[in-house]
Design a protein around this ligand. Structure first.
Ligand SMILES: *Cc1c(COP(=O)(O)O)cnc(C)c1O
Ligand SMILES: [Zn+2]
Length: 413
């Protein structure tokens, strides 16, 4: 990682070496990776990116770990699809979908985990660990298997069965805890100090982990022909993805990959059952008051979001909004996306589409904006959310008569 200068406290600006540190010992602020952008600008070009691998590692110059030793299952460079049918339903003239449901373990988390574990290995960690709302568990277990590392994954015991199975299959240590995510996270912070040789991707190597989310912004700009969108809609759990997507667009300009300084409006999407950032936005305050999560969007169920305040800041500074939708609206969002664009998303995707619909109806997302919505997780992991509404049109004997009696296709021609 030739371009990393070190870490810096987001709050007080103190500098630290690029080691396994994540909070400022002075003010307890989070540490962020600092790069030498001038040097990156001298090395990176649209051509060099295009010549790179078809994964997040084509952006290695802007990541805090070396591509040579990458723990890589192929995360990233997911399709950016023009969504005219969904756009028409929502009254938007240029809508795009970043389809992260097709990542190796079915969610955007593969981006952050690939970066975190690559850096963790460079720092000498032997064990991969995390506190997870589900998708992170899948991804850490899979990438640890790929890297030949032991894994210790902690999840809330009430997680969707699909997320338990798709984690357990990789053979690591999977511990279900009888508490919500925020309690799981608290235990993991304790474990991280008890076992300093374990790399908790979203705790003690979080500074590196978070950088992986920037690749969403990088890819979107590249896939739009090196143009930034006008508005992006990002699901919010801890707020890390939203914060780093905003940072990613700024970095592209700093290193010369975008000709013009981008002004991307950033909007956030939460579920009503866990909407601390949306509630802070609605109240007009700066303080993100922790909540007790409920509802079907378990992958976004972080009641006390570590980067909630920073996410709020990015949204307000860019002229975006944070919206929230009910469980019923989440299901509607999943089905609308599936019916109009052929993408089956998990509940977090329903949250994004549902909030996008609301913001479009309210005129916050504007008709003529170039809009990108991030669809971050695969619907196969949250089948229960839509199972009760998705049945065969008919169940009949395998004969022409029975088919024709049950299904009215007369007006299809
Ligand atoms: C984790 C997750 C997010 C967002 O996470 P942040 O903690 O806000 O970075 C979004 N969508 C899905 C499907 C996730 O699993
Ligand atoms: Zn500090």
């Amino acid at each position: 990682m030739p371009f990393v200068e070190g870490l810096r406290c987001r709050e007080c600006g103190r500098a630290y070496p690029a080691e396994a540190l994540h909070v400022c010992e002075w003010c307890f602020g989070p540490l962020e990776v600092v790069y030498d952008y001038e040097a990156i600008a001298g090395s990176i070009s649209r051509q060099s990116v295009a010549a790179g691998p078809n994964t997040i590692w084509r952006y290695a110059d802007l990541l805090p770990a070396g591509a040579e030793g990458a723990v890589d299952l192929g995360a990233g460079l997911t399709p950016l699809l023009r969504a005219d049918r969904l756009g028409a339903e929502l009254g938007l003239s240029e809508l795009w979908l970043k389809n992260d449901t097709v990542n190796p373990t079915g969610s955007f988390k593969d981006r952050v985990v690939s970066v975190a574990l690559t850096r963790a290995r460079e720092l000498g960690f032997k064990v991969a660990a995390c506190a997870s709302t589900g998708n992170l568990a899948n991804s850490v277990a899979a990438h640890a298997a790929r890297a030949g590392m032991r894994s210790v994954v902690c999840i809330p015991a009430d997680l969707e069965i699909a997320k338990v199975v798709t984690t357990g299959v990789f053979g690591g240590c999977l511990v279900a805890l009888t508490g919500n995510y925020d309690e799981v996270n608290r235990l993991c912070a304790e474990l991280a100090s008890e076992y300093p040789t374990w790399a908790f991707v979203n705790v003690n190597v979080r500074s590196y982990y978070a950088e992986g989310s920037k690749t969403l912004a990088f890819e979107v700009a590249e896939q739009l022909g090196w143009r930034a969108p006008d508005h992006v809609v990002v699901p919010v759990a801890s707020g890390s993805q939203l914060t780093k997507v905003a940072k990613g667009f700024r970095e592209l300009y700093k290193v010369g990959l975008l000709d013009e300084e981008p002004h991307v409006r950033i909007s956030g999407a939460q579920a009503r059952g866990c909407a601390p950032v949306a509630e802070a936005f609605e109240s007009g305050g700066d303080f993100v008051r922790p909540v007790k999560p409920s509802g079907i969007a378990k992958s976004l169920a972080i009641g006390n979001p570590a980067d909630g305040g920073y996410a709020l800041e990015e949204v307000r500074r860019s002229g975006g909004a944070v919206g929230a939708v009910t469980d019923a609206e989440i299901v509607e969002g999943i089905r609308l996306l599936a019916r109009t664009e052929g993408i089956f998303a998990e509940t977090a995707g329903g949250v994004t589409v549902g909030v996008l619909a609301k913001l479009a109806a309210a005129g916050v997302v504007k008709v003529n904006e170039r809009v990108v919505a991030f669809i971050t997780g695969n619907g196969l992991k949250t089948l229960d959310a839509v199972a009760s509404g998705c049945h065969p049109t008919a169940t009949v004997a395998p004969s022409l008569e029975a088919f024709q009696a049950a299904v009215n296709v007369a007006d299809w021609q």
